[in-house]
Design a protein around this ligand. Structure first.
Ligand SMILES: Nc1nc2c(ncn2[C@@H]2O[C@H](COP(=O)(O)OP(=O)(O)O)[C@@H](O)[C@H]2O)c(=O)[nH]1
Ligand SMILES: [Mg+2]
Ligand SMILES: [Zn+2]
Length: 284
């Protein structure tokens, strides 16, 4: 039978089948690496229970990693939505890192500044985020509590994943988009008993036939150890004009080398120091 992972709890998964039914699945043996959004072949082992036989090839895979391990966030998404809010304060580094992960995975990116009903705090956050707007990333100010409608056009035809620190309002956004669905999925989860494994998990919701959205657990860090040095530089959209043989040395790492086109551009004020700093951390 074919299905799609709509919730991932470690080694336990809820898989939605073509008829809309939900099957509680496990992976056999130690096979890991199944993510929310994955399309699968499963084998039924009981009523509403099954095992995962194989994963279909993925159109995309979003993950983060440090030097020790990789953490898959979602599979088959087309867009990353980075959710920040003025309160509690957010780590700007994380915004850049999520954008880099989006570029490395070939995904669209959207930044949401949520809780814009908190007007004073929002003004300061907007000034901070102007950099990303200047880089060409869409930035939407939103109050999930007051009006979710400005977000809807961005979601049409996309499979989006909401990422960000906890407390920014990711789940509130889902709740505003799909007020009834959330309670309903909780009930199914309880009935299947798959919800007991952990409360922090990724879950996919259907907005319409070809628009879907994944809520993911809050993250504090976004390691990019899986992106190699060359791809990292290219993931900085504003670096691209200075890459590809513009430096004196063909193996330039753009860190300390003389005659580096990128460092010259930075010295001329064409690259924001915040971004260069992140690059140094990642490539150094
Ligand atoms: N003022 C305000 N608070 C919000 C808004 N959206 C979410 N919150 C609050 O922010 C807190 C965290 O929201 P939640 O959706 O759980 O964040 P998540 O951890 O990113 O999923 C909750 O107390 C929400 O009520 C908003 O638009 N305005
Ligand atoms: Mg949440
Ligand atoms: Zn260089």
């Amino acid at each position: 039978m074919d299905g799609q992972v709509v919730a991932a709890f470690g080694r336990h998964f809820e898989v939605e089948t073509a008829d809309g039914g939900i099957v509680a699945c496990v992976t056999r043996g130690k096979k890991g690496g199944v993510a929310c959004g994955d399309r699968l072949r499963i084998e039924m082992t009981g009523p509403a229970q099954g095992v995962i036989k194989s994963i279909e090839p993925r159109a995309s895979l979003l993950f983060r990693s440090d030097e020790f391990r990789e953490k898959i966030i979602a599979a088959n998404v087309t867009q990353i939505i980075i959710v920040v809010a003025a309160q509690p304060s957010f780590y700007e580094d994380l915004v850049s890192r999520c954008l880099l992960a989006a570029e490395a995975a070939g995904l669209k990116a959207l930044i949401i500044l949520n809780k814009c009903d908190l007007e004073q705090e929002t003004r300061a956050a907007l000034a901070q985020l102007q950099l990303y707007r200047d880089l060409g990333y869409p930035l939407l100010t939103l109050s999930a509590k007051q009006d979710i409608s400005p977000l809807r056009p961005y979601l049409r035809g996309e499979t989006s994943v909401l990422v960000g620190q906890s407390g920014m309002g990711k789940s509130s956004i889902i709740n505003a988009l799909l007020p009834e669905v959330q309670a309903h999925t909780r009930e199914i989860s309880q009935a299947l008993n798959s919800g007991k494994h952990t409360t922090t998990h990724a879950r996919l919701y259907h907005l319409d036939g070809d628009s879907h959205i994944i809520d993911s657990p809050g993250l504090q860090e976004f390691g990019l150890a899986h992106v190699n040095a060359q791809d990292i530089a290219h993931a900085f959209v504003e670096f691209r004009p200075y890459l590809g043989g513009r430096c004196r040395f063909s193996n330039c790492r753009h860190l300390v080398e003389p005659g580096c086109a990128l460092l010259e551009a930075a010295a001329a004020g064409k690259i924001d120091p915040r971004r260069l700093e992140i690059y140094r951390k990642l490539a150094g």
